[in-house]
Design a protein around this ligand. Sequence first.
Ligand SMILES: *Cc1c(COP(=O)(O)O)cnc(C)c1O
Length: 457
Amino acid sequence: MANREELRKLPSVDRLSGHPKVVELRDRWERDRLNLIIRRVLEDERKLIASGASCPSEEALAQKVVWGAAGWEEPSLKPVINATGVILHTNLGRAPLSPEAIRAMVGVGSGYSNLEFILEEGQRGSRYVHAEELLCRITGAEAALVVNNNASAVLLVLAGLAHGREALISRGHLVEIGGGFRLPDVMRQSGARLVEVGTTNRTYLRDYQEAMSEETAIILHVHHSNFQMAGFVHETPLPDLAALARRRDAKLVNDLGSGALLDTDPMGLAHEPTVQEGLADGSDLVCFSGDKLLGGPQAGIIVGDARLIGRLKAHPLTRAIRVDKLILAGLQATLIPYLNGRATERIPVWQMLASPIEELEARAERWRAELEGQGAQVEVVDSRSTVGGGSLPGQTLPTRALSISVPDPSGLAHRLRVGEVAVVARVEHDKLLLDPRTVLPHQEEDLLRAVSEALKG
Ligand SMILES: *Cc1c(COP(=O)(O)O)cnc(C)c1O
């Protein structure tokens, strides 16, 4: 039975809108919108009272209206400090952008640009020229095309080159990318007929040969970006597939996923096939993401044969998945350091991959000194950072993390996530871990303040 007595104490919308705290909101809010916020607060309150709570004071209700109004204005998408040590965390937005990329995006976004305009001629141009030259110079490809993301790049390539025809793919390459997104489903959407070849663990050149027909337009090779195959496995080498495709008038399309432009080996990681290698191995087209190991904004990049790229540029689907000016600006600025050999110094993802252990240790030690004596046991421990984002599965990098011991580490992790500055940390073996590798230097002060606050409970 609802508490009628308490319910009757609830003020009316009119009355609450006259409270001085609510009156102050009238500068920012139209009357109708403000009344709507007040009504929502009163509705919530009615439910609470119905389940046994007592009616709050008018002062408290007015405060709830103030918070409610602030909540309506607060963007749901906001910056987060990533202390997980997962460098390309898809749920946390993958690659953080370089200062140069941000500057370029601000520059192009805050006014007009020559996005589709040839300044020399005063004529209409194409947006697709902008990152193309850079991509060709870096990868050695003849031509390049940038679209919305890599999933749409793969869809475009299949729709553009294999619609109504066959695309061969090894059963070992029929992967789920993540977020429930499965390659066979993408392939079907393109109108290409999927022809599965070989077995999950072993696919030989002869399997492809036997499946080839007049109808075969494409051989699709997909990099195992987010899982490992070990044991009794066989992959058909790319150069063999390239030779077969060439002989049979089909095209070899190589979905590399992360699309590294630099070697990962010097970072102490396994070898991630690079875009340049994909082309050198004879792929007609190579597709990859802009926001994985490349370290730029979300984009799908297709490089390779100029005639094929030309066909894709003219395909109607290209218009539907076209890339925005901000992304092109950010992508260009991200690519330039690759030309100058300065990518590991300038691009956050590569800085993180290349962080020396001594530097990580020094940062963790600084954090320990700051946080000591704040009610928790803190120490610097050995841990592992991961690359993530569908790159280098199972590969980790040694790191030095700050370990915080509290009675309820999950509770602490929750308080950090919902604090004023959101921090995402890792809980391992009943300790809360903060990995300096993925915390950008300019975030350190905010991080330490957030942890201090969260430790207060
Ligand atoms: C990540 C990935 C994709 C999807 O790329 P998005 O840019 O996220 O659309 C496609 N294929 C492979 C092999 C991948 O690793």
